[in-house]
Write a protein that binds this ligand. Structure first.
Ligand SMILES: [Zn+2]
Length: 96
């Protein structure tokens, strides 16, 4: 069931993860899930990482996207757990 998302502005929606306002109609699947493109991709990275399966480059990609969320004005703290995992994976030399 869909719930009210508030109105960050005409033609835009608020990311359900980082609460960043994103323009609607630009990001396809991410917009359908009320996510910004960064959080959308972080979600799929997290899904794989939670099974301990970092794809090649995924840890550094995750860190870059978390940094992008922060830079774009989102609440990057929602990704702090994934950030820790990614940093650990890089430190251990797996998948970076
Ligand atoms: Zn987001």
């Amino acid at each position: 069931m869909k719930t009210a998302r508030g109105s960050p502005g005409a033609g835009s929606y608020r990311c359900m993860c980082c609460l960043r306002a994103s323009p609607a109609g630009v990001y396809g699947a991410a917009a359908l899930l009320s996510m910004c493109p960064e959080c959308y991709e972080l979600t799929s990275i997290e899904e794989l990482a939670s099974g301990g399966r970092w794809l090649g480059g995924a840890p550094s990609e995750a860190l870059a996207k978390i940094a992008a969320v922060e830079r774009l004005g989102g609440d990057a703290s929602v990704w702090s757990e994934l950030k820790t995992k990614a940093e650990r994976a890089i430190a251990e030399g797996s998948g970076a």
